[in-house]
Design a protein around this ligand. Structure first.
Ligand code: FEO
Length: 170
């Protein structure tokens, strides 16, 4: 049976991952509304990945004979400005998610939960990748985001993103 403190922080992280999916879906809807189909696609793919992140945690809590506690998911903002502002928002959000993951690593270590400490390594690597991907887009937007022709090309580029399932379990 999993330690209650570790179970609690994992349940909190499940909520953060599903909230992330909500946030990315809100962004996707906004991008769709303003005609940026590639940005809309990119954020929708990200939302699917966030659901996977939540499901991997969900399955792990069950595998460890813990209790899954599905908490209320906060409603995401629908107030967005421009693509640069939205990607700044995404980077800040992902940094918060990274901080949640780091807290799981620290707690599982202090609670001597070797399995969770090992399990969470995948998320640590995933967060490095996510922040790097967001920063890559953000740098381009900061440099060229006001040039509509270049924005059009960035939109086309983001439309190529493919969804690769992370969670293959039911
Ligand atoms: Fe699941 Fe974007 O962190």
């Amino acid at each position: 049976m999993i330690n209650k403190k570790v179970e609690d922080i994992l349940n909190a992280q499940i909520n953060k991952e599903f909230y992330s999916a909500y946030l990315y879906l809100a962004m996707s809807a906004h991008f769709d509304e303003i005609g940026l189909k590639g940005f809309s696609h990119w954020t929708k793919v990200q939302a699917k990945e966030e659901v996977d992140h939540g499901m991997i945690l969900f399955n792990y809590v069950i595998e460890r004979d813990g209790n899954v506690d599905l908490r209320q998911i906060e409603s995401p903002t629908r107030t967005f400005e421009n693509p640069t502002q939205i990607f700044e928002m995404i980077l800040e959000h992902e940094k918060k998610v990274t901080s949640g993951i780091n807290s799981i690593a620290e707690l599982s270590e202090s609670e001597c939960d070797v399995a969770t400490r090992h399990f969470i390594n995948w998320y640590i690597t995933e967060q490095v990748e996510e922040e790097a991907n967001v920063l890559d887009v953000l740098k381009k937007l900061k440099m060229f985001g006001t040039d509509s022709q270049i924005l059009y090309h960035i939109d086309k580029e983001l439309n190529k993103r493919e969804y690769k399932p992370h969670c293959n379990k039911d």
